[in-house]
Design a protein around this ligand. Sequence first.
Ligand code: FAD
Ligand code: MLT
Ligand code: ZN
Length: 574
Amino acid sequence: MKYLTAASRLLRHSSRNLSDHRSNLQFFCSIRPSSSGLSYTSLRSYEHLIQDDCFHRKITLKNICFRGSGVGILHCLPKFQSDGIRTHHRNLASTALIPERNKSFATINSDDISYFKKVLGGRGVVQDEEKLDDANTDWMRKYKGSSKLMLQPRKTQEVSQILDYCNSRCLAVVPQGGNTGLVGGSIPVYDEVIINIGSMNNVLSFDKVSGILVCEAGCILENLMSFLDNEGYIMPLDLGAKGSCQIGGNVSTNAGGLRLLRYGSLHGSVLGLEVVLANGTVLDMLGTLRKDNTGYDLKHLFIGSEGSLGIVTKVSILTPPMLSSVNLAFLACEDYLSCQKILVEAKTKLGEILSAFEFLDINAMDLVLKHLDGLRDPLPSSKHNFYVLIETTGSMESHDKEKLEAFLVQAIESGLLTDGVVAQDINQASSFWRIREGVPEALLKEGATYKYDLSLPPEKMYNLVEEMRQRLGTAANVVAYGHLGDGNLHLNISTQQYDDNILAKIEPFVYEWTSKQRGSISAEHGIGLMKASKLHYSNSAETVQVMAAIKKVLDPNGILNPYKVLPTPALSQT
Ligand code: FAD
Ligand code: MLT
Ligand code: ZN
């Protein structure tokens, strides 16, 4: 009886909250004869669905809850300052840490421009001020370079010719993809030449049996998702920036995102790469084999190297099949301990169908509801300290529903969950994902953000957030969200504008705290410019020296993405 009461509480919330949304017939049909004897359905929504045959067919054939609004979040964001988004151009949160311009780098002259025009034609050589302003500015509007030239090659051979030339002239370059990076890695620090490979955007092959996709590195992630959708496959990674970020950028940052919990990191999914080195040498490592133990597996050096070792021009990636049954629950917990316990329960009880486990705290939720149009609190009856999104993906609707239902009922019963709702159609699932994926955009609209992306033991993670709140008092809003299932905390400190006094309270405290836990100061965003001088907090001096030595071998003149990833002193000692 107690069991039934708990379950009906969740489901009542569910139908009340969703009563004005279109519902998924297949969902209702599959769970109505549940073992608990409960019915999730209401006649009104069922009848409504039967009339809407077109929509019904769409979901039953492809019962996939696309994340986000169907387009990447960046499609909703103006590139330039408008819509209440403030601009804070600061190269680094602390200007004192910007390395001097390397005097050995040349500056571009008219002969250089003529050469590039000869290789690329006029269209691939961009000097237009507005376009350059865009390319010189990062997504957070925090870093701004002063490049006077952007090159847009269309072929690997062109990339090779450009790099060969730049290397011989000692012209520094910044590889740029979708420019959605969050650590100042994709924009020039000074006048580096921007090489954007967005024009290299063709799918080269797809093997329907193995699921192996080979494409050019400038393909936008969301376009690859759409391509695979037609083939019955999905990309093994998904992130809020999918509408703009490129697969080459994803590989170069070793992007994590929402599916890492299920499909692992790109070090596992990427099977091969084509990379152009600083001197123009093309490394063909574009294998399509799952097993290949022939010497050093060099492609791994380039995964996550943030454009500092070479330009990725082609990618071969293993993609998982699209499964027919996807469910998404938006849940509330009163305290962080309950979030952890729910994670353990989800891993054991949902097992093989668990495909995402994300969290946001009340501060993050409040910001999203304040800034993002058209979003409503899915659990409006009261405020909750923590929100958790649990997604399941499997191949048998009835089995998956039964598992999820049993899990949720038990979680309510044991008091771990205080409220919750299960998405009942694709629109609702999208709006739940939009809440989670919309936090960075909401932060951007709120003002300045000090953004930290940490790997920490989950049981310690939220202690840092609380300590930070104590340190900063009312001076800032400390916002936490992230990929809890992967031990990845996004700690964001939001203020009206950047202020060195606030920064001094945050850093080095945040890095020292992380280091003490043997955590990582970059779980997924990378090091870029922001953390090049902080690398030692997560890596020993010897490790950093080996990294610098590798950089020296592959890029002796240091033209590739200078001032990023590695601390300048480590490079000069090598
Ligand atoms: P860019 O930003 O253009 O570049 C990033 C770095 O890669 C730079 O150092 C650049 O020099 C280098 N680079 C780019 N292309 C190449 C290339 N072809 N060859 C060599 N180097 C190259 N990241 C996550 O990991 N997980 C998330 O969940 C996530 N969510 C995000 C949500 C939002 C709203 C935003 C704005 C960003 C998010 N990010 C996330 C960060 C960012 O989207 C990722 O790092 C992404 O992989 C960057 O891809 P990009 O094409 O935009 O690369
Ligand atoms: C996310 O998970 O939302 C992204 O990594 C972006 C961010 O941390 O702001
Ligand atoms: Zn993230």
